[in-house]
Ligand binder design. Structure first.
Ligand SMILES: N[C@@H](CCSC[C@H]1O[C@@H](n2cnc3c(=O)[nH]cnc32)[C@H](O)[C@@H]1O)C(=O)O
Ligand SMILES: [Zn+2]
Length: 430
């Protein structure tokens, strides 16, 4: 057995108290062996003056969209997608997706993310990046059928199913998969009715965008006579292993449906604010027992992949939405950031205790904006930033040590992404 010891830090425990301790990890199994004092390992990571926290889980992302960061801003969802994003994405080659995924995963590791969910096309390219980078991910090919001929639409759905079947369990189990219809309005009912049972037969969860904007709710009500999540439930899309992105415009009945079904919601506050999609009723959903995680969504609607930013945004927006400063507290947000996201994605991670996966981040506290240290949970949500992450560990492996990412060549990744992004912009004539 080869061990790694993360020494001298304040360790954030599952009950959200902290204790000065070492964390001993079995690198072979990728799990935590012990949390205590004077634990020596074959390899050591210095956590003095730092907080050792479960790695952050980004529950909804499109990592290759990092190539479109700053490409189109300040528009609502439908215009932004149709006028700018989709035309640019239609120019993406497999190599571009790989370059964008590398950039997104690099950014994720530098901001303490150890696991994420991704919906995109050329998904095998993203899987290759995840395998090499050492993170944990739930991946899927996003399906759009509207505006496509029958044959192309079916091919998209088949590809999602085939990818999910083939890649489930890849990268020594760090990759899991889901069937991913893009949304309830961009995928026709007939395709959901045909393919969701096939996904279930393959044991796959389903992930999709739901109730993100009011413009997505009305067409379903008009065409089907029920609100989107009732429509989803009728088509078998609300299972305990499923998770929906956004859940902004949900009424009480839909909240009840989510809670009864055990389907998780990934709250994406920055994307919802930037596209002016609305305010998800996070506090109400939590009180109703809905399982919630946090996500950045793609970098083009955020515009970064820092989950610490997302944590702060979730706390701030949650209070405004509930008109209550006590809503969506720091403790709640830390749960969503770690265990909530892990639960939504079916990862056994999100907690630091013996037997748990060794997925963690070490946050440097010796900074002006993190002084004094009354409450480290408060700091994590309200004051820490991605640049404060000192080390990142996933599955017992050190992915970043002293801000140096070990599994990806940072300058090569930045160069490839810059070149790919410039060439895409030239091809779309932007
Ligand atoms: N195979 C599909 C691609 C779907 S991938 C997932 C898609 O989600 C899009 N996307 C990114 N952010 C959001 C969001 O907030 N809401 C809805 N879609 C988004 C993104 O641009 C990408 O095209 C096709 O043929 O078009
Ligand atoms: Zn999205």
């Amino acid at each position: 057995m080869v061990t790694l010891s993360v020494t001298g830090g304040d360790v954030l425990l599952p009950d959200l108290t902290t204790t000065r301790a070492d964390v001993l990890i079995d690198r072979d199994s990728g799990t935590i062996l012990e949390i205590g004092s004077d634990l020596e390992g074959d390899e050591t990571l210095d956590a003095e003056g730092a907080l050792v926290t479960p790695g952050f889980v980004n529950g909804h992302c499109h990592t290759p969209m990092t190539l479109l960061r700053g490409f189109a801003d300040d528009k609502p969802l439908d215009h932004w997608l149709e006028e700018d994003i989709w035309p640019a994405e239609s120019e993406f080659t497999a190599a571009d997706v790989r370059a964008g995924a590398e950039l997104g995963v690099l950014e994720s590791i530098t901001s303490g993310v150890t696991g994420f969910a991704d919906m995109y096309f050329h998904a095998p390219e993203i899987a290759a990046v995840v395998d090499r980078a050492g993170v944990r991910a739930l991946l899927g090919h996003g399906i759009v059928t509207v505006g496509k001929a029958e044959e192309a639409a079916r091919a998209d759905a088949e590809e999602s199913l085939a990818f999910a079947r083939e890649y489930d369990g890849a990268a020594e189990g760090r990759i899991s998969t889901a069937f991913m219809p893009h949304s309830l309005v961009t995928v026709g009912a007939e395709y959901l009715e045909e393919f969701v049972p096939k996904a279930r037969a393959a044991g796959l969860p389903v992930h999709y965008h739901a109730n993100e904007t009011q413009n997505e709710v009305s067409p379903i009500v008009e065409n089907h006579g029920v609100r989107p999540l009732a429509y989803a439930a009728e088509r078998g899309l609300l299972e305990p292993e499923d998770f929906v992105a956004h859940g902004v415009h949900v009424d009480d009945r839909e909240i009840e449906l989510l809670s009864d079904a055990g389907t998780s919601v990934i709250h994406c506050p920055a994307s919802n604010m930037k596209l002016a999609s609305g305010m998800a009723p996070v506090q109400r959903m939590l009180e109703a027992g809905v399982s919630i995680g946090l996500g950045t969504d793609g970098a083009a609607s955020n515009n970064d992949l820092s989950m610490l930013d997302e944590a702060r945004d979730a706390a701030m927006l949650g209070k405004i939405a509930a008109d209550d400063a006590g809503a969506v507290s720091a403790e709640t947000v830390v749960e969503l950031l770690t265990r909530g996201g892990a639960r939504a994605l079916g990862f056994d991670a999100g907690r630091l205790e013996p037997g748990a996966p060794a997925d963690l981040a070490v946050i440097d506290l010796e900074k002006p904006h993190l002084t004094p240290s009354h409450d480290l949970v408060s700091h994590l949500v309200y004051a820490a930033t991605a640049a404060d992450v000192r080390h990142t560990v996933c599955d017992g492996r050190v992915l970043m040590r002293d801000r140096d990412v070990r599994t990806l060549d940072e300058s090569a990744v930045l160069d490839r992404a810059e070149t790919a992004a410039e060439e895409i912009a030239a091809r779309v004539g932007a």
